[in-house]
Design a protein around this ligand. Structure first.
Ligand code: NAD
Ligand code: MG
Ligand code: MG
Ligand code: MG
Ligand code: MG
Ligand code: MG
Length: 339
């Protein structure tokens, strides 16, 4: 079994006295910057003018341009949207990396797919929290953390691994446990997971269930509760104690239905499709499509997004959530600085 490391296994000294530039102050950026500072590290924030800049200044950070921050820092953590990273890197970061500096990422996409090719005289590492930035922050404040993967792409100082570990400690991830990976593994598993299971898989499953019920004449409100609202309650049980814990909590009727009908919906045929998704991730086919989509100004992304927001489950969901004040508004509208 791979070795999970915790705070006690990590030397903080390698990062102490070094200046860390957090580039971007969105979901991950604000969490990394605040947690690192509270862990005793020296942080500056690199941004362009805008909403994020105001927020970082309100939080008491020195905010510099990306170029200034990169030039001042020993360690540059790039927390910009993945699709903007190559441009900002080429314009403002590359020329400000000195020999022996480190550049770091929270997702391996741009390094793995060669959209960013760092100079050969800097360390390159990844610390990828396995959870949203707002949870990275909230769990840290609660004295806990979100687990993370760490890995090294290029080690010129001989310290890159220790640096990645100290960084994981600084954001609180080592309280929950950190696991070594490679840029390739992190990138491919992250993309596969969000496409086949967490985001693509779950939204398609929910919509298909909702459509099946409403097309059979059941009330959309009832279908919404069954297929969307209750999902969170089930996922919480899975998160806390796996399949067994979830099945312990549901009725035996539900559990029997799980056993007999789950495999009728998701089965070897579905798994074949998942293998195709994974193959597209591994071959770079998915990456190429997403890079070109961005170059074309996202015609398909925007059209699909508009259509999805009009789905019947979204309409009924908006109305029902109005009536359920205990269901808190999502992070998106509260916190996320969309570019
Ligand atoms: P985000 O969209 O929440 O934030 C991006 C930040 O970059 C914002 O502060 C924005 O103002 C700033 N920015 C945008 N364009 C800029 C420019 N040209 N110059 C300077 N600043 C600019 O991004 P995010 O979701 O935090 O993602 C950052 C990285 O973290 C990505 O690599 C992503 O894959 C990775 N990641 C994200 C999550 C998550 O929970 N969102 C989880 C794991 C890994
Ligand atoms: Mg520098
Ligand atoms: Mg992920
Ligand atoms: Mg991802
Ligand atoms: Mg039920
Ligand atoms: Mg039970």
């Amino acid at each position: 079994m791979s070795k999970v490391l915790y705070e006690k296994d990590i030397q903080k000294e390698v990062l102490q006295g070094k200046k860390v530039a957090i580039v971007g102050y969105g979901s991950q950026g604000h969490a990394h910057a605040l947690n690192l500072r509270e862990s005793g590290y020296d942080v500056v924030v690199g941004l362009r003018p805008g909403k994020s800049q105001e927020k970082a200044e309100e939080d008491g950070f020195t905010v510099l341009s990306v170029a200034e921050a990169a030039s001042l820092a020993d360690v540059v953590m790039v927390l910009l949207p993945d699709e903007l990273q190559p441009k900002v890197y080429h314009e403002s970061i590359e020329q400000n990396l000195e020999a022996g500096n480190a550049i770091a990422f929270a997702h391996g996409f741009n390094i793995h797919f060669n959209q960013i090719v760092p100079p050969s005289d800097v360390d390159v590492f990844i610390v990828a929290p396995k959870g949203p930035g707002h949870l990275v922050r909230r769990t840290y404040e609660e004295g806990a953390g979100v687990p993370a993967l760490y890995g090294v792409f290029q080690d010129v100082t001989g310290n890159a691994t220790q640096l990645a570990l100290a960084y994981s400690q600084g954001i609180g991830a080592a309280r929950a446990g950190v696991l070594e990976t490679s840029f390739q593994e992190e990138t491919e598993t992250d993309l596969f997971g969000e496409q086949a299971v967490l985001c693509g898989g779950v939204t398609s499953l929910i919509k298909a269930g909702f459509e099946t019920l409403t097309e059979a004449g059941y009330q959309p409100e009832v279908a919404y509760f069954e297929c969307m609202h209750e999902m969170k309650l089930i996922v919480d049980l899975l998160y806390e104690g796996g399949l067994e814990n979830m099945r312990y909590s549901i009725s035996d009727t539900a559990q029997w239905g799980d056993f007999v009908s789950g495999p009728r919906v998701i089965n070897d045929e579905t798994k074949e499709r998942m293998k195709e998704v994974l193959a597209d991730v591994q071959s770079g086919e998915f990456a190429k499509g997403w890079i070109l989509e961005n170059q074309a100004n996202r015609p398909k992304f925007n059209a699909t997004n508009a259509k999805e927001n009009q789905h019947a489950i979204e309409k009924v969901g908006r109305e029902l959530r109005e009536l359920m004040p205990f269901v808190k508004q999502s992070l998106k509208s509260k916190q996320k600085d969309v570019n």
